[in-house]
Ligand binder design. Structure first.
Ligand code: SF4
Ligand code: SF4
Length: 160
């Protein structure tokens, strides 16, 4: 089963990015930056209506390692330069799918073959499936995982 990934704006993906995104200079209202991981240079421009939020640095009291452009906006954690974020951030894939049981999410797929879960039974089963089918191409891998886990009483949803 395929579905769309819905970002929950939890901010986890950007909370450790302060060590990689460097602001080198300010040019007018924009920021000349570099992403040290990829050596990418980019010009960050605050999204419309985000300048005031960006000037509030209180987010770093609890998240000292966060990206310099990450801020809390109500319940959401947002990128204040979303429209001009670097390519690395544009290409980032958070979750590739999820595993559910009785309507509750019990596992989040990361990358191509990883699963984040607190369900030890599911964790063991996933490792077994990765051993058996991890070398297959993505369509075949998805089919095997879906069929096997459905047989175990789980529902498997791939994004996209
Ligand atoms: S992309 Fe994923 S980790 Fe990042 S804010 Fe959205 S849900 Fe959270
Ligand atoms: S630029 Fe935006 S998307 Fe990229 S790490 Fe910073 S807050 Fe996250």
């Amino acid at each position: 089963m395929d579905s769309e990934f819905a970002c929950t704006l939890c901010g986890r993906c950007c909370n450790g990015f302060g060590r990689y995104i460097k602001i080198n200079q300010m040019i007018g209202g924009a920021y000349g930056c570099s992403l040290t991981l990829t050596k990418e240079a980019f010009m960050a421009v605050p999204d419309p209506g985000r300048s005031l939020l960006l000037s509030d640095k209180s987010y770093f009291l609890e998240h000292p390692d966060a990206c310099p452009f990450l801020r809390k906006d109500g319940e959401d954690t947002i990128c204040t330069i979303y429209q001009s974020r670097p390519r690395f951030c544009r290409d980032y894939i958070c979750c590739t799918g999820k595993v559910m049981k009785n309507g509750v999410v019990c596992g989040e797929m990361k990358g191509r073959r990883d699963l984040r879960t607190d369900d030890q039974t599911l964790k063991d089963r996933w490792a077994e499936l990765a051993d058996m089918f991890g070398g297959l191409g993505d369509p075949a891998w998805r089919q095997e995982v879906s069929e096997r886990l459905c047989g175990d009483g789980y529902e498997v949803i791939f994004y996209g």
